[in-house]
Design a protein around this ligand. Sequence first.
Ligand code: HEC
Ligand code: HEC
Length: 383
Amino acid sequence: MEVARQGTRLDDNAYRVLSKDHVQHQTFGMRVIAAFLLASSIVADARARPDIAPVAPFPPPAWGKPPDTEDESMEQAKAQLGRYLFYDTRLSGNGSYACASCHQQERAFTDGRKHAIGATGEEHTKNTPTLTNVGYASSLTWSNPHLTSLEDQARRPMFGSGPIELGLSDNANAVLSCLQADPLYRTLFGEAFPTKAEPISFGSILSALASFERTLISFNSPFDRFVYQGDENALSPSAKSGMRLFFSTRLGCSECHSGWNFAEGTRSLEEPDVAPAFYNTGVPRDPNEPNSRAFKVATLRNIAVTAPYMHNGRFSTLTEVIRNYEAHGSDGTTGALSLRPFFLNGKERDDLIAFLESLTDQSFLREQTFSNPFGGHPTCPAK
Ligand code: HEC
Ligand code: HEC
């Protein structure tokens, strides 16, 4: 299967995302106001129903909300429910694990491990990817160009067995009965799926998880404040130098890590049909990974908090990642596209890292509406 594609060459386009014109076209102010109005209505709503935790406002203040929201009028209610499900350890075979066990907010929804470890202790072959802006991704997981919907993706950790992630296959019915008996979920599912005779089903669970994931939007890093909000001091001089390197033809980073999300293959409402993007970056292959050497272009947003890096967690620091790119082109292993080898002196490497660090959005890592909404540990039967 040919998954690798030739990328668009962005030499003249690389700075498009940074141009002031482009920023003005975003009518940023109007979107902020809209988001504020929405947010205040949600706050008011949360006050009326204090026992149910809120989610982030839709649509996000910039970029438009992610495409693919199947039932838009219910999106808010589904996301609210999805937030609970994402943290609900009852969704695992042994009651110990949730999506959030591997996708941890303070690490931009990664786990700090080289390879993920499932509920039963089984080791995955892959590194847990960030869920930053995942609603805009044109394909999901490191190497599957055909997995394109968050609803389909969520089924895999729940029911998959190669490897076991949540391990729900054997006791799925018991878990469902337990959730159906939980008064909190009777309310939340009922609000999210009001037309269904039995709103609490696995179909509803997948749909709600996907809605929650679409709220995981990050665009408030120092880079964003510098480029989109005109704060000249948001970036250090070192980060500014690193930014020039990143967008230079000499390094070519932005040819693949392109656009506002630093990833080719990012969709938007205006452009919902973007092809998934896979490249071979010369990351040494694991023996248990048979065919592919091309992997999805990862977003670099929040990259400083998502170590270790690459599909197989091969590199533990950004310096190691950059050194791999520097060396590349010389080992002759490039598949789809020849990365150019380049030389960086120590200061340049530090600058590039300072720029990558400026993509960390602290508010995303602390955003209350992404956090665990359960006071304690949810149990079966529900207490
Ligand atoms: C055992 C740890 C673990 C658990 C639990 C887990 N995930 Fe993941 N997740 C991973 C790994 C590893 C990958 C990458 C898989 C691959 O590339 O084959 C991944 C990939 C994803 C992706 C694709 C992201 C992208 O940009 O490509 C999404 C979305 C996702 N997980 C959501 C979830 C949801 C929702 C749950 C709960 C139902 C969940 N995960 C539970 C480890 C986990
Ligand atoms: C040819 C396209 C391409 C170019 C050019 C490129 N990258 Fe990447 N980048 C990728 C792909 C594909 C991955 C995922 C590779 C993997 O998982 O094995 C990746 C992964 C990364 C990661 C790790 C992401 C994660 O979540 O683990 C970092 C950091 C990174 N690139 C930085 C850079 C920098 C800095 C440059 C410029 C020196 C650069 N990239 C140039 C395609 C590219």
